[in-house]
Design a protein. Structure first.
Length: 133
């Protein structure tokens, strides 16, 4: 089965052995996405700024595989501190407020880098030809 994949250039993709996202039929599955800048550094700022970066990477990956933010049906947000829930929620709402995917927010996560405050994953489903979302 052909499963197109996309990379975001994260330094961990090659070393861990994963892709940012892949498409399987009408589904696009996006790996846990951390706030990583194009040069491999961590996004500076608070959890809201980091969530914005995560979501921008996620939507770019979905678009590269033929979808859009409107096709997102599921997100999972992993926070290191429950006090950041409102900040991450605001960023999520800016991207998906009208889409309203099924979503989970988990606080108390221990992420790969100590400066990361959030990591997010997503799933999208592209309507088949003739279907509407």
């Amino acid at each position: 089965m052909n499963r197109p994949r996309v990379s975001s250039g994260s330094p961990y993709e090659a070393s861990i052995g994963f892709c940012r996202a892949l498409r399987s039929g009408n589904r696009i599955i996006v790996s846990g996405t951390a706030p990583v800048e194009p040069d491999g550094s961590s996004t500076p700022g608070d959890a809201e700024a980091q969530a914005e970066r995560c979501l921008a990477i996620i939507v770019a990956a979905i678009e590269a595989l033929g979808g859009s933010a409107e096709d997102v049906v599921r997100t999972r947000m992993f926070l290191t501190d429950p006090a950041d829930a409102d900040k991450v929620g605001r960023a999520h709402g800016r991207w998906f407020g009208d889409v309203r995917p099924a979503s989970t927010m988990i606080a108390g996560a221990v992420l790969l880098r100590p400066e990361w405050r959030v990591e997010i994953e997503a799933e999208a489903e592209i309507p088949a030809a003739g279907e509407t979302a």
